[in-house]
Design a protein around this ligand. Structure first.
Ligand code: AHR
Length: 518
């Protein structure tokens, strides 16, 4: 029996007499709706699109004379799929690419745009045909907030400052005039603004101290125009580099940052040999889940550092790159990071999103890497063919948590053990939406054993119950162009409701999202 860390925190504050504590060996979740006090930002459900492999070209953006249905070269089936999951924001143009990208090369007549080498990602030629106007057109079609990452590593303060002016200034100025000449009269009023990416690595190999000073210079000249307040996000730490976060919090005035980013990837084996996306055994499944669940420790510890300087939690933690990173599919360009996506990845997505929901007092943005054909993708394409991955379906089920009020949970559960290693078998989060409906997402990561679970929830008698499940025969199961529906949500009838509780048998390796409609 193991009690999750969040349980320990909430047990201290719970109104004790009302609570039935779990018996040894019992799997129990106790919901405390009376302790709800903040919203799960929809921006936790954000995505990321880099000029990398076939994410933009061969993904979102089709060739000029393509017969694939599109609007101004932006692929219709992809737009429809992402609109269905209410994509709240999209990060662009990188990643490492962002610190080599010069926005000026991606505006004006396409035939006159200079070409460049994409040195990070396969050394391919980038023709700049997808630039600022195309990205904002994509965001408008998706109905999503753009999140643009500026170039600190190889750019200049002036270059970034002019990009903001080009995007957001509505009066008469050199950059606003240039935008108008290029066919866009009105400013776009972009809000989310990244000041560099991974500046400890591909974004300039800087020290935390040096970057903090650079941040202040770049952020100063990224101006607010009109009513538009930029939400500036400082390039944050790599995984457990708490000193990076501490240095930024210490050196940069809180009023200069909307957020600090954090990048962390789930690696099933080692960085040198990450493991296959679809051909792995239970040992590798276990180690991937262990790596994924480390996110709990990372967001807790980075938040603790931030709390010391910002107890009111004004600055957000933006986990703007996360997801599972495996070896590329055999025979594909190693620089393109193309990987398949299995039930295991859906379990990783669902568990990570539960962690973010439960830490949504500080984690107010997150971006899965990356939307199409790269790393933990939602969508895979092969010319005109397109499929939705198991991870996509998690976002579809979890969209109910966007901008809903978090309901704290106390979780008692058994462990999933392999050899002498152990992980909590269960994770969950819950929220109440604006209409008063309650949604609870629960993951049983144990690939071998179903779990009998009781969920105590006060006053649910009059609510209407429904549930959906994502699972499959094997944790390696995935969707292919020939069999696109191997892993997808289906209705789940295994939940029983009584006055103050739900009982269920959660199948092994499953994700269940329960709705208690008002
Ligand atoms: O998502 C792929 C790469 O991973 C990004 O470009 C970079 O920021 C990170 O290292």
């Amino acid at each position: 029996m193991r009690t999750l860390k969040i349980a320990a925190i909430f047990l201290l504050t719970l109104p004790k007499p009302d609570f039935v504590l779990a018996q040894p060996g019992e799997n129990r979740i106790i919901a405390s709706p009376e302790l709800s006090d903040h919203i799960i930002s929809k921006h936790i459900y954000g995505h990321f699109s880099e000029h990398l492999g076939r994410c933009i070209y061969g993904g979102f953006f089709v060739d000029e004379n393509s017969t694939i249905p599109n609007t101004r070269r932006i692929r219709t089936d992809i737009v429809e799929a992402l609109k269905k999951i209410n994509i709240p924001n999209l990060r662009w143009p990188g990643g490492c690419f962002a610190d080599e990208y010069h926005w000026h090369d991606g505006i004006g007549l396409r035939s006159e745009r200079p070409k460049m080498i994409n040195t990070h990602w396969g050394g391919v030629i980038e023709d700049n045909s997808f630039g600022t106007h195309e990205f904002l057109d994509l965001c408008e079609l998706l109905g999503t907030e753009p999140y643009i990452c500026g170039n600190v590593g190889s750019g200049s303060v002036e270059e970034m400052s002019k990009w903001v002016e080009y995007l957001n200034f509505d009066g008469v100025s050199p950059m606003a005039d240039l935008r108008k000449q290029n066919g866009h009269e009105k400013s776009w009023n972009v809000k989310f603004w990244g000041v560099g990416n991974e500046n400890w690595g591909c974004g300039g190999n800087m020290t935390a101290d040096f970057y903090a000073d650079q941040y202040k210079r770049y952020a100063t000249y990224a101006r607010n125009y009109g009513d538009n307040r930029l939400m500036k996000i400082a390039g944050g730490a790599n995984s457990g580099d708490y000193n990076w976060t501490e240095t930024l919090m210490k050196k940069v005035p809180l009023s200069m940052m909307w957020g600090i980013s954090l990048h962390y990837y789930t690696i099933p084996k080692t960085w040198a040999s990450k493991g296959s996306a679809t051909n792995f055994d239970e040992r590798e499944y276990f180690s991937a889940l262990k790596s994924c669940l480390r996110m709990e420790e990372l967001v807790s510890k980075h938040s603790t550092v931030m709390d010391r300087y910002d107890p009111e939690k004004r600055v957000a933690l933006a986990v703007d790159e996360w997801g599972i990173w495996t070896d590329v599919e055999p025979g594909t360009n190693p620089g393109f990071l193309f990987q398949q996506n299995s039930l295991r990845d859906a379990i990783i997505a669902a568990s990570t999103l539960n962690i973010f929901n439960n830490h949504s007092d500080r984690v107010r943005m997150a971006n899965l890497a990356q939307t199409i054909n790269v790393l933990q993708a939602l969508i895979l394409t092969d010319k005109e063919k397109m499929l939705l991955t198991p991870t996509y379906h998690v976002y579809d089920l979890y969209k109910v948590h966007q901008d809903a009020t978090l309901i704290p949970l106390t979780i008692h559960c058994r462990e999933y053990t392999l050899g002498d290693e152990k992980l909590s078998a269960l994770n969950a989060s819950a929220s109440r939406d604006e209409a008063g409906n309650i949604n609870i997402s629960i993951v049983n990561i144990d690939p071998n054993q179903a779990m009998d679970l009781t969920l105590d929830f006060p006053d649910i008698q009059s609510r209407t119950l429904s549930a959906q499940i994502i699972t499959a025969e094997k944790f390696t199961d995935h969707n292919t162009f020939d069999r696109p529906s191997t892993v997808k949500p289906v209705p789940f009838g295994g939940v029983k409701k009584s006055k103050e509780s739900l009982t269920m048998k959660l199948p092994a390796k499953s994700i269940v999202v329960i709705k208690l409609a008002k």
